[in-house]
Design a protein around this ligand. Structure first.
Ligand code: NAP
Length: 267
């Protein structure tokens, strides 16, 4: 089997990467950073996000597994002291694949024939450096509300424990193919009125955000990536048809991970 190990870049993570590579080579597995069948990330959830974006073009062929070297990770759920156990499991090549939904974002800009499309594992956000974000929120082509405020976040179920959670969004089990819209400090007065609650949309729904003023430049984030875009005409989100594949070597139920990440990490 072909594998790749990515790291956060700190000394501890790099050392663990070397140990994993040496063990797996001893087991006759092959390092292939271009076309790995399994990617092992060593660092945190941020490291995991970077690796997934690097290999987004290989979602059908590559499975991911994360080992965390910092505080408890959400995607990176193996501990440094479990490295030998993990390597043995990988060498046996008998892992289960668990798939999670992703978010698809299409950004329409003036003078562009086709929208740019991005996949996110956690979320897409719309923000501005100066002034408020003012957009019409459309659901399945119908105007739902006019939003004015700091910004909007559309998250995946696995991203619901990230930015979305800080915005008061619900934690969604990743077996539910949904996307969740959460507000960042909406302005509510006689002119602007928003729902105020997070909205959870199913996989056959589409939401669009359309700028209402000439001020159509935004900071759009896709996970850890920020884009400063001018002349935005519409931002369209839906649950992606692609899914991310995790290599699972042992049961680690989602709610247990939520508990260990946010309530108590005593196993
Ligand atoms: P960062 O600011 O270095 O890290 C943001 C934090 O979010 C890190 O502690 C990271 O864990 C954690 N995280 C990432 N994905 C998570 C998930 N699915 N569930 C729970 N925690 C998660 O930023 P970054 O490394 O570039 O990562 C970008 C992510 O930061 C975005 O996708 C967004 O979700 C998150 N973010 C959160 C807030 C907020 O909560 N107010 C604000 C901006 C961005 P590790 O330390 O293990 O890497």
């Amino acid at each position: 089997m072909k594998f790749a190990v990515t790291t956060k870049g700190d000394h501890k993570s790099n050392k663990i990467k070397m140990i994993i590579e040496q063990y797996l080579l001893d087991f006759d597995l092959e390092i292939d950073e271009e076309e790995p069948e399994i990617v092992i990330t060593v660092g945190g959830d941020g490291t995991f996000l970077h690796a997934v974006h690097y290999y987004f073009h290989r979602l059908k062929e590559t499975a991911f597994i994360g080992l965390h070297t910092g505080h408890l990770g959400f995607y990176a759920d193996w501990l440094p002291e479990e490295v030998e156990k993990l390597v043995l499991e990988i060498a046996k090549e008998t892992f289960e694949i668990v798939e999670y939904p992703l978010l698809s974002t299409e950004i329409y800009q003036e003078n562009q024939e086709e929208p740019d499309r991005y996949l996110a594992l956690n979320e897409m956000t719309i923000k501005k450096i100066e002034g408020s974000v003012v957009v019409d929120v459309m659901i399945n082509g119908e105007l739902f509300e006019r939003f004015r405020g700091d910004g909007l976040c559309v998250s995946t179920p696995s991203g619901s424990t990230a930015y979305n959670k800080a915005l008061g969004g619900a934690i969604i089990h990743p077996s539910l193919a949904t996307m969740q819209i959460t507000e960042m400090s909406s302005i509510n007065n006689r002119v602007y009125r928003t729902i105020g609650s997070p909205l959870i949309l199913p996989s056959h729904h589409v939401t669009q955000f359309k700028p209402t003023t000439k001020s159509n430049n935004f900071f759009i984030t896709i996970d850890h990536i920020t884009k400063n875009l001018d002349n935005v005409q519409a931002i369209e989100c839906s649950v992606a048809k692609e899914r991310i594949r995790f290599a699972r070597f042992r049961p680690f139920p989602f709610w247990k991970r939520v508990h260990e990440s946010f309530i108590s990490d005593e196993r």
